[in-house]
Design a protein around this ligand. Structure first.
Ligand SMILES: C[S@@+](CC[C@H](N)C(=O)[O-])C[C@H]1O[C@@H](n2cnc3c(N)ncnc32)[C@H](O)[C@@H]1O
Length: 354
């Protein structure tokens, strides 16, 4: 429900004031600062669906989310700025998928420029779903898309840095950080530049792990499809899972919360995002359509190669997340910020206590 929407008579399964869900505690006297939220019209989000490819080879389909019916959102769906109306016709970033998923020379050049502006590694893996999703966005030119990929990763890394400072960790570190579900390093490359982090990045995709370990140059941990099999060799101050729970089915949502929570030191914090009420537009529904228990799962996503039983598109309201947290870890919620990421994903910070 939009914060400014008038009360209606429809089904309203959840009620909470904007920014703070009922029952949340705000630690250290810190109040949620609404001004630090990136509030962007969610009406932009449906436009972020993947475009259908044209004549993709079978093996390339997974690179292009639109081909096989993507989920309503790629987790990473940013609040992409609209092109100026005066510009017509809108240019398509990358109308022809490059052969065998290899980046074109133009992409490589633009990546180099955007990476150098951010002071990070330019290499992009040809199977980076997020990169392709952004590059094939119909409202973005290729220069705008490549620039967005790098600046958005930088923005997420900065946000994490700010949150961890709020939690009282020293700016000069070292803070032991597990970046869980890192993908192919959209955010990782920026985290790596910050000396505060003693960073380990982790994903289910073996190719991503190899890429992170190689060209991106960070320590890695191979994840597992079953949370109970996930074992970290050390404990972390912070576990950060950006746009991961926005894809988990009901059967593993709480189990992953428990698995990640158990890799934390005490004290330590699990920081994660979810598709929340504001993401309903991206799911093509209204908040009133959200099921009464606050959980909606669709068995499709931007990651075409993952089993849709284990990874789909998930909308979960605070009502559902609080219940899962209570059931799985019973830990205090240190922060909740509605729509704090990309203007629609909710931010959660859970404290590990003995
Ligand atoms: C939407 S992407 C987010 C990537 C990254 N956090 C970001 O925001 O740029 C979700 C990621 O979750 C990863 N993933 C899916 N299942 C996983 C699992 N069981 N363990 C670890 N990562 C997983 C996918 O490979 C994908 O990289």
């Amino acid at each position: 429900m939009r914060a400014d929407a008038p009360e209606g008579s429809g089904r309203r399964p959840i009620r909470h004031r904007r920014g703070v869900a009922p029952g949340f505690q705000e630690e250290n006297g810190a109040r949620m600062n609404e001004s630090d939220q990136t509030v962007v019209s969610p009406s932009r989000l449906p436009g972020l669906r993947g475009r259908a490819g044209t004549t993709l080879k079978r093996g390339m389909r997974r690179l292009f989310p639109g081909r096989s019916g993507p989920g309503p959102d790629v987790g990473h769906t940013p609040a992409v700025p609209p092109q100026p109306e005066a510009e017509a016709p809108p240019q398509v970033a990358n109308p022809n998928p490059p052969e065998a998923g290899i980046l074109t020379e133009e992409m490589l050049r633009l990546n180099g420029e955007a990476a150098s502006a951010e002071g990070v590694v330019a290499a992009v893996h040809p199977q980076d779903f997020i990169y392709w999703f952004i590059c094939r966005h119909p409202n973005l030119t290729l220069p705008a898309a490549t620039s967005y990929y790098f600046s958005d990763g930088a923005s997420s890394a900065r946000k994490l840095d700010e949150i961890v400072s709020e939690l009282g960790y020293p700016a000069d570190g070292p803070v032991k950080l597990l970046e869980f579900a890192s993908g192919y390093g959209c955010v990782t490359r920026h985290l790596k530049q910050n000396p505060r982090w003693d960073l380990t990045s982790c994903d289910i995709h073996r190719e991503a792990i190899e890429f992170l370990e190689g060209p991106i140059g960070v320590r890695t941990l191979q994840s597992t499809s079953q949370p109970e099999q996930f074992a970290a060799p050390v404990a972390y101050d912070i576990v950060f899972a950006l746009s991961f729970f926005s894809h988990m089915p009901r059967s593993s949502f709480g189990r992953w919360l428990k698995a990640l929570y158990s890799t934390l030191k005490s004290p330590g914090y699990l920081i994660f995002t979810t598709h929340g009420v504001k993401s309903s537009v991206a799911f093509g529904i209204t908040p009133e359509d959200i099921p009464a228990d606050g959980f909606l799962f669709r068995a499709n996503s931007e990651q075409d190669d993952l089993d849709t039983v284990e990874y789909g598109s998930t909308l979960s309201t605070p009502q559902f997340v609080i219940q899962e947290l209570f059931r799985s870890v019973g830990a205090p919620i240190a922060r909740f910020r509605e729509a704090a990421w990309w203007g629609h994903q909710d931010l959660w910070v859970v404290k590990k206590v003995d």
